[in-house]
Design a binder for this molecule. Structure first.
Ligand code: HEC
Ligand code: HEC
Ligand code: HEC
Ligand code: HEC
Length: 151
């Protein structure tokens, strides 16, 4: 074998060796146990706090809002679809309530015309035409949209 090729070959072997060594050092423990991920991450995720509470929990303290919502079209929309979950097991709703501002932008998240969304299910609206100068909640109660306060 010519010397040049031999050196090239040797360098190649050394690089491959270094690569395998570094890969071994950097691969986290338990990687690949079940698949192409770190098996221990399952336990890590199980330890994380769950923020989602569900309507039944909210209703324990906010029965009035629940009752109102049940009377109208938003009865199918869960509390935490609008009030993003942020009360974990250690925080109190009184201290850190999941307040949402009833801005037009907020209602638009579900009701603005969106060609990617089915027309059925969530009614879509042309926000450029429907009472654009006013805030939605000046007329529609967010918990009972057809309870109109005409202005
Ligand atoms: C242990 C009782 C309790 C539970 C459970 C609870 N809350 Fe509350 N919440 C309160 C209290 C007390 C206040 C503060 C007093 C008030 O304004 O009613 C409050 C305040 C709020 C506010 C702000 C009210 C305001 O005046 O601006 C919102 C919004 C709210 N809660 C939503 C929720 C949602 C959504 C859930 C379910 C994920 C929930 N709460 C679960 C007791 C509770
Ligand atoms: C369609 C979205 C939506 C849903 C669903 C919804 N909320 Fe609200 N909620 C709002 C908005 C917007 C406001 C703020 C209204 C304002 O600024 O006057 C609000 C205000 C509140 C407040 C404080 C003022 C008030 O009216 O008492 C409480 C408490 C509350 N929500 C609890 C709940 C609970 C409990 C549920 C589930 C039973 C729920 N909300 C479902 C949008 C929603
Ligand atoms: C998380 C998504 C969501 C948000 C945010 C939301 N809505 Fe809705 N809304 C719905 C769904 C879903 C329906 C249809 C419910 C059904 O028909 O069963 C609906 C129905 C309505 C209707 C009745 C429409 C009809 O044709 O009968 C009105 C009015 C309405 N919403 C107003 C509002 C206003 C005002 C806001 C902002 C305060 C708002 N919505 C925020 C999901 C949402
Ligand atoms: C001035 C009062 C007023 C304001 C402000 C207002 N609405 Fe309405 N909305 C109404 C009335 C009245 C109707 C029923 C008649 C109609 O369709 O015009 C209605 C109808 C709707 C419908 C049902 C439309 C349909 O075709 O079925 C939705 C959804 C709705 N509004 C959402 C909103 C949203 C979101 C906002 C904020 C951008 C908003 N509204 C602002 C008074 C209002």
């Amino acid at each position: 074998m010519p010397k040049l090729i031999f050196r090239l070959f040797l360098t190649f072997i050394v690089f491959v060796g270094i690569f395998i060594l570094i890969q071994k050092l950097l691969t986290p423990e338990s990687f690949g146990e079940y698949g192409h991920y770190r098996a221990n991450s399952l336990d890590d995720n199980k330890m994380r706090t769950s923020f989602y509470k569900g309507d039944a929990k909210c209703t324990e303290c906010h029965q009035d809002v629940y009752d109102l919502r049940e009377t109208d079209v938003h009865s199918g929309v869960r509390c935490e679809s609008c009030h993003s979950p942020k009360i974990d097991a250690t925080t109190d709703c009184k201290v850190m309530p999941p307040i949402v501002k009833g801005t037009n932008k907020f209602c638009a998240e579900c009701h603005a015309t969106n060609p990617a969304r089915l027309k059925k299910g969530v009614p879509q609206l042309d926000f450029k035409e429907h009472y654009v100068k006013q805030n939605c909640i000046e007329c529609h109660n967010p918990h009972a949209p057809w309870e109109l306060k005409e202005k």
